[in-house]
Design a protein around this ligand. Structure first.
Ligand code: NDP
Length: 317
Protein backbone atom coordinates (compact mmCIF):
# COMPACT_ATOMS: atom_id res chain seq x y z
CA UNK A 1 0.00 0.00 0.00
CA UNK A 2 1.42 3.35 -0.97
CA UNK A 3 -0.58 5.59 1.30
CA UNK A 4 -3.93 6.29 2.83
CA UNK A 5 -5.86 9.41 1.87
CA UNK A 6 -8.13 11.39 4.16
CA UNK A 7 -11.11 9.16 3.30
CA UNK A 8 -9.23 5.99 4.14
CA UNK A 9 -9.13 4.80 0.54
CA UNK A 10 -6.09 2.97 -0.74
CA UNK A 11 -3.96 5.20 -2.97
CA UNK A 12 -1.80 3.70 -5.73
CA UNK A 13 0.44 5.05 -8.43
CA UNK A 14 -0.83 2.49 -10.94
CA UNK A 15 -4.07 0.52 -10.93
CA UNK A 16 -4.71 -2.04 -13.65
CA UNK A 17 -8.27 -3.14 -14.40
CA UNK A 18 -8.44 -6.67 -15.81
CA UNK A 19 -6.17 -9.70 -15.88
CA UNK A 20 -5.99 -11.05 -19.41
CA UNK A 21 -2.70 -11.00 -21.32
CA UNK A 22 -2.84 -7.19 -21.60
CA UNK A 23 -3.47 -6.49 -17.90
CA UNK A 24 -1.00 -9.05 -16.61
CA UNK A 25 1.73 -7.89 -18.98
CA UNK A 26 1.12 -4.31 -17.83
CA UNK A 27 1.37 -5.68 -14.26
CA UNK A 28 4.71 -7.41 -14.96
CA UNK A 29 6.20 -4.26 -16.48
CA UNK A 30 4.92 -1.80 -13.90
CA UNK A 31 5.86 -4.12 -11.02
CA UNK A 32 9.38 -4.41 -12.41
CA UNK A 33 9.44 -0.60 -12.60
CA UNK A 34 8.83 -0.56 -8.82
CA UNK A 35 5.38 0.96 -9.17
CA UNK A 36 3.67 -1.72 -7.02
CA UNK A 37 0.58 -1.90 -9.24
CA UNK A 38 -2.77 -2.85 -7.85
CA UNK A 39 -4.45 -5.29 -10.24
CA UNK A 40 -8.22 -5.71 -10.00
CA UNK A 41 -8.95 -9.10 -11.51
CA UNK A 42 -12.45 -8.52 -12.85
CA UNK A 43 -15.32 -10.97 -13.31
CA UNK A 44 -13.27 -13.40 -15.42
CA UNK A 45 -9.73 -13.56 -13.98
CA UNK A 46 -7.32 -14.56 -16.74
CA UNK A 47 -9.65 -13.25 -19.42
CA UNK A 48 -10.77 -15.04 -22.54
CA UNK A 49 -7.82 -17.45 -22.59
CA UNK A 50 -9.27 -19.14 -19.53
CA UNK A 51 -11.94 -20.56 -21.81
CA UNK A 52 -9.54 -21.51 -24.61
CA UNK A 53 -7.90 -24.87 -25.16
CA UNK A 54 -4.59 -25.12 -27.00
CA UNK A 55 -2.82 -21.87 -27.76
CA UNK A 56 -0.54 -22.75 -30.65
CA UNK A 57 0.47 -19.32 -31.88
CA UNK A 58 2.02 -17.69 -28.82
CA UNK A 59 5.77 -17.52 -29.42
CA UNK A 60 7.90 -19.44 -26.95
CA UNK A 61 5.62 -22.47 -26.70
CA UNK A 62 6.58 -24.66 -29.67
CA UNK A 63 4.31 -27.49 -28.52
CA UNK A 64 1.42 -25.17 -27.66
CA UNK A 65 0.07 -24.49 -24.19
CA UNK A 66 -3.40 -24.64 -22.66
CA UNK A 67 -4.94 -21.16 -22.24
CA UNK A 68 -5.55 -21.46 -18.45
CA UNK A 69 -2.00 -22.69 -17.87
CA UNK A 70 -0.59 -19.80 -19.85
CA UNK A 71 -2.55 -17.30 -17.79
CA UNK A 72 -1.36 -18.92 -14.54
CA UNK A 73 2.19 -18.37 -15.77
CA UNK A 74 1.45 -14.70 -16.59
CA UNK A 75 -0.03 -14.28 -13.10
CA UNK A 76 2.90 -15.99 -11.36
CA UNK A 77 5.31 -13.75 -13.25
CA UNK A 78 3.39 -10.59 -12.25
CA UNK A 79 3.18 -11.70 -8.60
CA UNK A 80 6.88 -12.54 -8.49
CA UNK A 81 7.72 -8.86 -9.06
CA UNK A 82 5.23 -7.57 -6.50
CA UNK A 83 2.04 -6.90 -8.48
CA UNK A 84 -0.83 -6.90 -5.99
CA UNK A 85 -3.62 -8.98 -7.53
CA UNK A 86 -7.03 -8.67 -5.90
CA UNK A 87 -10.40 -10.29 -6.52
CA UNK A 88 -13.17 -7.88 -7.42
CA UNK A 89 -14.73 -5.97 -10.26
CA UNK A 90 -14.50 -2.24 -10.83
CA UNK A 91 -18.10 -1.07 -10.87
CA UNK A 92 -17.61 2.68 -11.36
CA UNK A 93 -14.89 5.20 -12.10
CA UNK A 94 -14.43 8.91 -11.58
CA UNK A 95 -11.82 10.25 -13.99
CA UNK A 96 -12.89 13.89 -13.54
CA UNK A 97 -9.97 14.73 -11.25
CA UNK A 98 -6.70 13.25 -10.04
CA UNK A 99 -6.08 11.05 -8.22
CA UNK A 100 -8.67 9.03 -10.10
CA UNK A 101 -11.27 7.21 -8.06
CA UNK A 102 -12.36 3.63 -8.74
CA UNK A 103 -15.01 1.73 -6.83
CA UNK A 104 -14.58 -2.02 -6.51
CA UNK A 105 -17.68 -4.21 -6.10
CA UNK A 106 -19.78 -1.10 -5.47
CA UNK A 107 -18.20 -0.46 -2.08
CA UNK A 108 -14.42 -0.31 -1.89
CA UNK A 109 -12.84 2.94 -3.11
CA UNK A 110 -9.36 2.99 -4.61
CA UNK A 111 -7.47 6.14 -5.54
CA UNK A 112 -4.89 5.98 -8.27
CA UNK A 113 -2.56 8.40 -10.07
CA UNK A 114 -2.79 6.38 -13.27
CA UNK A 115 -5.22 3.74 -14.48
CA UNK A 116 -4.58 1.09 -17.11
CA UNK A 117 -7.80 -0.20 -18.67
CA UNK A 118 -7.43 -3.82 -19.81
CA UNK A 119 -10.98 -5.03 -19.37
CA UNK A 120 -11.00 -7.12 -22.56
CA UNK A 121 -14.09 -8.21 -24.42
CA UNK A 122 -17.00 -10.63 -23.88
CA UNK A 123 -18.91 -13.01 -26.10
CA UNK A 124 -21.74 -11.67 -28.25
CA UNK A 125 -25.06 -13.49 -28.46
CA UNK A 126 -27.54 -13.71 -31.35
CA UNK A 127 -30.41 -11.96 -29.57
CA UNK A 128 -32.92 -14.77 -30.27
CA UNK A 129 -36.26 -14.85 -28.47
CA UNK A 130 -35.45 -17.92 -26.36
CA UNK A 131 -31.65 -17.63 -26.26
CA UNK A 132 -31.20 -15.97 -22.86
CA UNK A 133 -33.83 -18.22 -21.22
CA UNK A 134 -31.94 -21.35 -22.34
CA UNK A 135 -28.48 -20.01 -21.53
CA UNK A 136 -26.81 -22.67 -19.40
CA UNK A 137 -29.50 -25.16 -20.44
CA UNK A 138 -28.07 -25.99 -23.82
CA UNK A 139 -27.15 -22.52 -25.05
CA UNK A 140 -23.54 -21.54 -24.44
CA UNK A 141 -20.86 -19.20 -25.73
CA UNK A 142 -18.03 -21.36 -24.43
CA UNK A 143 -17.43 -24.83 -25.82
CA UNK A 144 -14.38 -25.26 -23.63
CA UNK A 145 -16.50 -24.71 -20.55
CA UNK A 146 -19.59 -26.68 -21.56
CA UNK A 147 -18.63 -29.09 -24.34
CA UNK A 148 -18.21 -32.08 -22.05
CA UNK A 149 -21.93 -31.92 -21.17
CA UNK A 150 -22.79 -33.03 -24.70
CA UNK A 151 -21.30 -36.52 -24.89
CA UNK A 152 -22.76 -38.48 -27.82
CA UNK A 153 -25.24 -35.65 -28.49
CA UNK A 154 -25.82 -33.38 -31.46
CA UNK A 155 -24.74 -29.77 -31.22
CA UNK A 156 -24.65 -26.71 -33.46
CA UNK A 157 -22.20 -23.85 -33.46
CA UNK A 158 -22.86 -20.49 -35.10
CA UNK A 159 -20.08 -18.44 -36.69
CA UNK A 160 -17.40 -18.52 -39.33
CA UNK A 161 -14.36 -17.12 -37.50
CA UNK A 162 -11.44 -18.81 -35.75
CA UNK A 163 -13.39 -19.14 -32.53
CA UNK A 164 -16.17 -21.08 -34.25
CA UNK A 165 -13.62 -23.37 -35.96
CA UNK A 166 -11.67 -23.96 -32.76
CA UNK A 167 -14.81 -24.66 -30.77
CA UNK A 168 -16.31 -26.91 -33.46
CA UNK A 169 -13.16 -29.04 -33.42
CA UNK A 170 -13.17 -29.12 -29.63
CA UNK A 171 -16.82 -30.21 -29.58
CA UNK A 172 -16.02 -33.24 -31.78
CA UNK A 173 -14.26 -34.73 -28.76
CA UNK A 174 -17.63 -35.16 -27.09
CA UNK A 175 -20.54 -34.73 -29.48
CA UNK A 176 -21.67 -37.33 -32.00
CA UNK A 177 -22.36 -34.62 -34.59
CA UNK A 178 -21.38 -30.96 -34.88
CA UNK A 179 -23.17 -28.60 -37.27
CA UNK A 180 -21.35 -25.39 -38.12
CA UNK A 181 -23.92 -22.81 -39.15
CA UNK A 182 -22.65 -19.83 -41.08
CA UNK A 183 -24.58 -16.96 -42.59
CA UNK A 184 -22.37 -16.70 -45.70
CA UNK A 185 -20.78 -19.10 -48.16
CA UNK A 186 -17.20 -18.58 -46.94
CA UNK A 187 -15.51 -18.64 -43.54
CA UNK A 188 -13.38 -15.76 -42.32
CA UNK A 189 -11.29 -18.09 -40.13
CA UNK A 190 -7.62 -18.77 -40.89
CA UNK A 191 -7.10 -21.31 -43.67
CA UNK A 192 -5.50 -23.93 -41.42
CA UNK A 193 -8.51 -23.92 -39.08
CA UNK A 194 -10.99 -24.02 -41.97
CA UNK A 195 -9.17 -27.00 -43.47
CA UNK A 196 -9.35 -28.91 -40.21
CA UNK A 197 -13.07 -28.24 -39.86
CA UNK A 198 -13.91 -29.10 -43.46
CA UNK A 199 -11.95 -32.37 -43.25
CA UNK A 200 -13.56 -33.57 -40.02
CA UNK A 201 -16.03 -36.40 -40.48
CA UNK A 202 -18.17 -35.43 -37.47
CA UNK A 203 -18.65 -31.85 -38.72
CA UNK A 204 -21.26 -30.73 -41.25
CA UNK A 205 -21.27 -27.12 -42.44
CA UNK A 206 -24.59 -25.44 -43.20
CA UNK A 207 -23.69 -22.49 -45.44
CA UNK A 208 -25.91 -19.45 -46.06
CA UNK A 209 -27.95 -20.31 -43.02
CA UNK A 210 -29.04 -18.31 -40.00
CA UNK A 211 -30.44 -19.43 -36.66
CA UNK A 212 -33.71 -17.61 -36.03
CA UNK A 213 -34.71 -19.20 -32.73
CA UNK A 214 -33.88 -21.94 -30.28
CA UNK A 215 -36.47 -24.48 -29.13
CA UNK A 216 -36.86 -26.21 -25.81
CA UNK A 217 -38.87 -26.01 -22.62
CA UNK A 218 -36.27 -26.69 -19.93
CA UNK A 219 -33.35 -27.66 -22.19
CA UNK A 220 -32.54 -27.12 -25.85
CA UNK A 221 -34.23 -29.59 -28.16
CA UNK A 222 -33.63 -27.93 -31.51
CA UNK A 223 -32.97 -24.76 -33.43
CA UNK A 224 -34.96 -23.00 -36.09
CA UNK A 225 -33.00 -22.24 -39.23
CA UNK A 226 -33.69 -20.03 -42.22
CA UNK A 227 -31.81 -18.77 -45.25
CA UNK A 228 -30.21 -15.31 -45.02
CA UNK A 229 -33.43 -13.65 -46.25
CA UNK A 230 -35.47 -15.38 -43.53
CA UNK A 231 -37.18 -17.82 -45.91
CA UNK A 232 -37.14 -21.63 -45.98
CA UNK A 233 -37.62 -22.05 -42.23
CA UNK A 234 -36.96 -25.50 -40.80
CA UNK A 235 -36.13 -27.12 -37.46
CA UNK A 236 -32.86 -28.91 -36.81
CA UNK A 237 -32.96 -31.19 -33.75
CA UNK A 238 -29.89 -30.52 -31.55
CA UNK A 239 -29.14 -30.71 -27.84
CA UNK A 240 -26.83 -27.73 -27.70
CA UNK A 241 -26.33 -24.37 -29.40
CA UNK A 242 -22.92 -22.75 -29.16
CA UNK A 243 -22.65 -19.12 -30.19
CA UNK A 244 -19.27 -17.99 -31.54
CA UNK A 245 -20.02 -14.73 -33.35
CA UNK A 246 -17.39 -12.46 -31.87
CA UNK A 247 -17.06 -10.24 -28.86
CA UNK A 248 -18.06 -6.92 -27.36
CA UNK A 249 -15.47 -4.78 -25.56
CA UNK A 250 -16.09 -4.49 -21.81
CA UNK A 251 -16.01 -0.72 -21.68
CA UNK A 252 -19.51 0.35 -20.65
CA UNK A 253 -18.40 1.69 -17.26
CA UNK A 254 -16.13 4.15 -19.07
CA UNK A 255 -18.83 5.39 -21.47
CA UNK A 256 -19.29 8.82 -19.90
CA UNK A 257 -15.61 9.66 -19.54
CA UNK A 258 -13.46 7.83 -22.08
CA UNK A 259 -13.71 8.26 -25.86
CA UNK A 260 -14.91 5.06 -27.55
CA UNK A 261 -15.70 4.22 -31.16
CA UNK A 262 -19.21 3.35 -32.36
CA UNK A 263 -18.79 -0.31 -31.33
CA UNK A 264 -17.44 0.50 -27.87
CA UNK A 265 -13.70 0.04 -28.39
CA UNK A 266 -11.63 2.61 -26.49
CA UNK A 267 -9.93 5.09 -28.77
CA UNK A 268 -6.23 5.59 -28.10
CA UNK A 269 -3.89 8.21 -29.52
CA UNK A 270 -1.78 7.02 -32.49
CA UNK A 271 1.21 4.84 -31.58
CA UNK A 272 0.40 4.92 -27.87
CA UNK A 273 -2.04 3.71 -25.25
CA UNK A 274 -3.06 7.25 -24.20
CA UNK A 275 -6.81 7.79 -23.94
CA UNK A 276 -8.52 11.20 -24.02
CA UNK A 277 -7.95 11.49 -20.25
CA UNK A 278 -4.34 12.16 -19.25
CA UNK A 279 -3.14 9.43 -16.91
CA UNK A 280 -5.65 6.84 -18.16
CA UNK A 281 -4.28 4.27 -20.59
CA UNK A 282 -5.99 1.45 -22.49
CA UNK A 283 -4.69 -1.79 -23.96
CA UNK A 284 -5.73 -5.24 -25.14
CA UNK A 285 -9.11 -6.23 -26.54
CA UNK A 286 -10.88 -3.28 -24.86
CA UNK A 287 -8.97 -1.06 -27.27
CA UNK A 288 -7.89 -3.29 -30.19
CA UNK A 289 -10.61 -4.22 -32.67
CA UNK A 290 -8.19 -5.25 -35.39
CA UNK A 291 -5.76 -7.91 -34.17
CA UNK A 292 -7.34 -9.24 -30.92
CA UNK A 293 -4.63 -11.80 -30.25
CA UNK A 294 -3.03 -12.78 -26.95
CA UNK A 295 0.36 -11.69 -28.26
CA UNK A 296 -0.88 -8.28 -29.42
CA UNK A 297 -2.79 -7.80 -26.16
CA UNK A 298 0.41 -8.55 -24.25
CA UNK A 299 2.26 -6.11 -26.51
CA UNK A 300 -0.15 -3.26 -25.87
CA UNK A 301 -0.15 -4.13 -22.14
CA UNK A 302 3.60 -3.59 -22.18
CA UNK A 303 3.10 -0.28 -24.01
CA UNK A 304 0.52 0.88 -21.44
CA UNK A 305 2.85 0.14 -18.52
CA UNK A 306 5.70 2.05 -20.19
CA UNK A 307 3.37 4.94 -21.09
CA UNK A 308 2.10 5.11 -17.49
CA UNK A 309 5.60 4.95 -16.03
CA UNK A 310 6.85 7.77 -18.28
CA UNK A 311 3.76 9.87 -17.67
CA UNK A 312 4.23 9.52 -13.90
CA UNK A 313 7.91 10.44 -14.22
CA UNK A 314 6.94 13.56 -16.20
CA UNK A 315 4.46 14.60 -13.50
CA UNK A 316 7.01 14.11 -10.76
CA UNK A 317 9.95 15.55 -12.72
P1 NDP B 1 -14.74 -12.99 -35.70
O1 NDP B 1 -15.25 -11.59 -35.62
O2 NDP B 1 -13.48 -13.27 -36.43
O3 NDP B 1 -15.85 -13.90 -36.39
C1 NDP B 1 -17.20 -13.82 -36.02
C2 NDP B 1 -18.01 -14.71 -36.94
O4 NDP B 1 -19.36 -14.67 -36.51
C3 NDP B 1 -17.97 -14.27 -38.40
O5 NDP B 1 -17.85 -15.39 -39.24
C4 NDP B 1 -19.31 -13.56 -38.59
O6 NDP B 1 -19.86 -13.75 -39.86
C5 NDP B 1 -20.21 -14.30 -37.61
N1 NDP B 1 -21.27 -13.45 -37.08
C6 NDP B 1 -21.16 -12.22 -36.51
N2 NDP B 1 -22.37 -11.77 -36.14
C7 NDP B 1 -23.26 -12.72 -36.50
C8 NDP B 1 -24.65 -12.84 -36.38
N3 NDP B 1 -25.39 -11.89 -35.80
N4 NDP B 1 -25.24 -13.95 -36.85
C9 NDP B 1 -24.51 -14.94 -37.41
N5 NDP B 1 -23.18 -14.90 -37.55
C10 NDP B 1 -22.56 -13.80 -37.09
O7 NDP B 1 -14.70 -13.50 -34.19
P2 NDP B 1 -13.88 -14.70 -33.54
O8 NDP B 1 -14.32 -14.71 -32.13
O9 NDP B 1 -14.02 -15.94 -34.32
O10 NDP B 1 -12.35 -14.24 -33.63
C11 NDP B 1 -11.95 -12.98 -33.08
C12 NDP B 1 -10.43 -12.80 -33.32
O11 NDP B 1 -9.71 -13.74 -32.53
C13 NDP B 1 -10.03 -13.06 -34.76
O12 NDP B 1 -9.02 -12.16 -35.10
C14 NDP B 1 -9.52 -14.47 -34.73
O13 NDP B 1 -8.58 -14.73 -35.75
C15 NDP B 1 -8.88 -14.54 -33.35
N6 NDP B 1 -8.85 -15.92 -32.83
C16 NDP B 1 -7.69 -16.63 -32.95
C17 NDP B 1 -7.61 -17.92 -32.47
C18 NDP B 1 -6.32 -18.65 -32.64
O14 NDP B 1 -5.48 -18.17 -33.38
N7 NDP B 1 -6.12 -19.78 -31.96
C19 NDP B 1 -8.74 -18.58 -31.82
C20 NDP B 1 -9.93 -17.77 -31.77
C21 NDP B 1 -9.96 -16.48 -32.26
P3 NDP B 1 -19.22 -13.01 -41.14
O15 NDP B 1 -17.97 -13.80 -41.46
O16 NDP B 1 -20.28 -13.15 -42.16
O17 NDP B 1 -18.95 -11.62 -40.73
Amino acid sequence: MQGIDFNGAEHRKVTIIGTGPAGLTAAIYSARANLSPLVIQGPEPGGQLITTTDVENYPGFPDGIMGPEMMQKFEAQASRFGADLRWGTVTSVDFSKRPFKLVVDEETPVLSDTVIISTGASARYLGLKNEARLLGHGVSACATCDGAFFREQKVAIVGGGDTAMEEALFLTRFASKVYVIHRRDAFRASQIMQDRVLAHDKIEVLWNTQVVDVHGDKVVTGIELADPEGNNKRTLPVDGLFVAIGHKPNTDIFASSIDRDETGYIVTKPDSTYTNIEGVFACGDAQDHVYRQAITAAGTGCMAAIDAERWLADQEG
